[in-house]
Design a protein around this ligand. Sequence first.
Ligand code: PLP
Length: 407
Amino acid sequence: MNNDDFLSDPYSLVIHGDRDRDHPDAEDTALAPAIYPASTYSARSSAEFAAMANRPRHPRYYARYGNPTQERCERLLARLENTEAALLMSSGMGAMSTVLFAQVRAGDHIVAQTAHYMGTAQLLTELLPGLGVEVTLVDQRDSAAFARAARENTRLIVLETPSNPTLTLSDLAAVAAFAKSRGIATLADNTFASPINQNPRDFGIDLVLHSATKYLGGHSDLIAGVVCGSREAVEKIWQRSIVLGTNLSPFNAFLLLRGLRTLPLRVARQSANALALARFLQAHPAVARVHYPELESHPQHELAKRQMRRGGGVLSVELKGSEGDESGFQAAKDFVAALKLAKHAVSLGGVETLVVHAASMWEASLAPDEMERAGIVPSLVRIAAGLENAEDLCADMGQALRRAGDR
Ligand SMILES: *Cc1c(COP(=O)(O)O)cnc(C)c1O
């Protein structure tokens, strides 16, 4: 019997989906994967060397081209995203920049969102325009805006949903349908949802990207990125990654595979904790607004139900201001400083709950109007739920809101 029969459910898939019955390594009975630190691999004959050098994505040729642990990890990730293939890279930004370089050239046009992860936004608004690629940014809530912005030379639409830090959604099916009708490729950053809560491929998106640093790794101990898509598209991106040098380290491939074994468990718990926090904070008198797709009050809740299984592990809150602090800037700073359990740190998707005050994080890099366009009000706090006890998390947030209010 083929073990593929048991791989439709993510809980079984993450335990067994990296093994391939027909692969030369299938004989290996070790339950944990080996790590191959080798930078290069020897051939036993000239014919074998020619095969190694000329087969794309050979896992045992030269480590900038791939390595065996990475290959196992990619098999699992492709299955998790319902795509033919996956390519792991050195970071989420390594993956994003490599994909963009593979998809467009000078004279091409990209349609993307006004709200993107900061690094992606910089690639789209600073680096690519300097290389002759035109980029138009649209409000992701308006699906028709992507069509209105498209031109004769549009080659790619970039989506990120839910987007950072306001948990705003893009309609995957609507944008994919338009793009298909015009032969435009689509790319979705699926980091916030994780493959457990959303599979963009199922809605017609061509390329799915993750910062594997976040939920996929899940333990705040590695940096990695991945792109999933058709075998042909992923091979084209690989051709770029080997010259850009955005390959993953063998040790990080091992850590990532270890993290993936518990992905469905972790994300289920993080999603439940985020929902508990969202409900608790929404009812709190010091809170003005909670952004979380699974809340009925989210303006795109119906869309969330269509394309997401759960709301995910990230939410953001706007705190109420007070006299002398009308914007709530100080209230947000005081709240973050008063937390005892949640850690004050960037990133998300790890086992520990992390909190950041968005306006202080982006103060130096974003002008006030850019901040406003990205939905970052002065009192906005982003919360990435970890695996702690939900009541402890709510109690911690409650005491911090009380202490912030006392000042
Ligand atoms: C973190 C993140 C990235 C960048 O990933 P790195 O692994 O830090 O390079 C890209 N997109 C989103 C949505 C992210 O959260």
